[in-house]
Design a binder for this molecule. Structure first.
Ligand SMILES: Cc1cc2nc3c(=O)[nH]c(=O)nc-3n(C[C@H](O)[C@H](O)[C@H](O)COP(=O)(O)OP(=O)(O)OC[C@H]3O[C@@H](n4cnc5c(N)ncnc54)[C@H](O)[C@@H]3O)c2cc1C
Length: 342
């Protein structure tokens, strides 16, 4: 272990891990990460693994690979899906931290392992080579590796409703486990229809009985679903929303097409998404009907040597699940390499 890395580890450990890491100015952490990156990038351009995406799933995979002494490059362009959320919840030990605090701590811990390198930038191309993969970045850098992990997340597609995007992750939310507790017992809308809406209604109703469903047009519920909705006094409004009025992302009311308004404290919304990158498809990775990268229980795709983890490969969208899947992908990749070499 280089002296530089030992010093950094001692520094982080001194005075308690969480406290000291959050107390370290970013510039110092950047220095450590930067020097670690430079040490590795100069000596090593062919990697055991390249991880595209360096948020929770990617960093978790990198942790497993760093601890397995695998030369690993993490390529990330710094746009995690939760970046607008003021506080992240429901991830043990980090409940209520900002998304950035969690990622910064994760990156600092991963950067302690000398075989991990980081590259800031967008991966734009990935091709199969005779003995692995080649990844090209937007800046024209080309890196090669034996194996590949996609931890690229997904991009939420904002509806064409004025003010919606500004409120996303603040008071317009997607998940009762992540943000529902903070809005419990408050006047809450659910912008969704059909089966998706009916799946969400009981979950939200558990947290607030002031629930109004906004179906954005004619409601699509079965007779049985209607009966339950009415029995629980959940109001359904079938009018179209044209605007979300807010103060710095905190919703005040929605405006309907007919000019009427509805005052609210929060609104859940089920919105579509797309993959951040089509590199997996270009390599031949199969996708699910819902648009996720198809993986098995070990995060393996159908393409040998290619793994996917986190939001890009699962409906179970949470930091905890991304960390879990990343850890599995890293371990499985290392297992595959170990057996190939042994
Ligand atoms: C608004 C919002 C709030 C949320 N709040 C919570 C919460 O409170 N608690 C909770 O548990 N979960 C929450 N979630 C879910 C959680 O944020 C995600 O499950 C988690 O971020 C998934 O991690 P990931 O690493 O798979 O993807 P992401 O965190 O989205 O990261 C993907 C990374 O890959 C990078 N990337 C993508 N393509 C490329 C490329 N081609 N080249 C280089 N880099 C690339 C991106 O820039 C990004 O850094 C929230 C989600 C949203 C949208």
């Amino acid at each position: 272990m280089e002296a530089k890395n030992m010093k950094r580890r001692d520094f982080i450990k001194s005075g308690g891990l969480a406290l000291s890491t959050f107390a370290i100015p970013f510039s110092i952490m950047d220095f450590f990460t930067e020097s670690n990156k430079k040490n590795n990038m100069n000596n090593q351009q062919k990697f055991d693994a390249i991880i595209i995406g360096g948020s929770y799933a990617g960093l978790s995979a990198a942790m497993a690979l760093g601890r397995s002494t695998r030369n690993t490059l993490v390529i990330d362009n710094g746009k995690p899906c939760n970046r607008q959320t003021p506080h992240s919840h429901n991830f043990l030990t980090q409940d209520g931290q900002t998304p950035k605090e969690i990622a910064t701590l994760g990156k600092a811990q991963v950067a302690q392992y000398p075989t991990i390198s980081f590259h800031d930038g967008l991966a734009t191309k990935g091709t199969k080579t005779t003995d692995g993969f080649e990844v090209t970045t937007q800046s024209g850098k080309v890196f090669t590796s034996k194996k590949l992990i996609f931890a690229t997340g997904i991009a939420d597609e904002m509806p064409d409703i004025e003010g919606f995007a500004e409120c996303w992750g603040i008071s317009v939310i997607h998940c009762p486990y992540c943000h529902g507790y903070e809005y419990r017992k408050q006047k809450t809308a659910l912008m969704a229809n059909g089966e998706t809406a009916f799946h969400m209604i009981p979950l939200i109703h558990n947290l607030t009985d002031q629930l109004i469903v906004l179906t954005q047009g004619k409601a699509d519920f079965s007779e049985e679903q209607w009966q339950k909705i009415k029995a629980h006094k959940v109001e359904v409004i079938e009018k179209e929303i044209t605007a979300v009025k807010h103060q710095k992302g905190h919703i005040e009311k929605v405006v309907f097409k007919d000019g009427t308004t509805l005052e609210l404290d929060a609104m859940y919304a089920a919105i579509p998404f797309k993959q951040h990158t089509d590199i997996p498809q270009a390599l031949g990775c199969e996708m699910t009907e819902q648009g996720y990268i198809q993986v098995d229980d070990f995060q393996k795709t159908n393409i040998a040597g290619v793994y996917a983890c986190g939001d890009n490969a699962t409906r179970m969208r949470s930091v905890a699940n991304a960390v879990y899947q990343g850890s599995v992908a890293g371990a499985m990749l290392n297992g595959e390499l170990s057996h190939e070499i042994f």
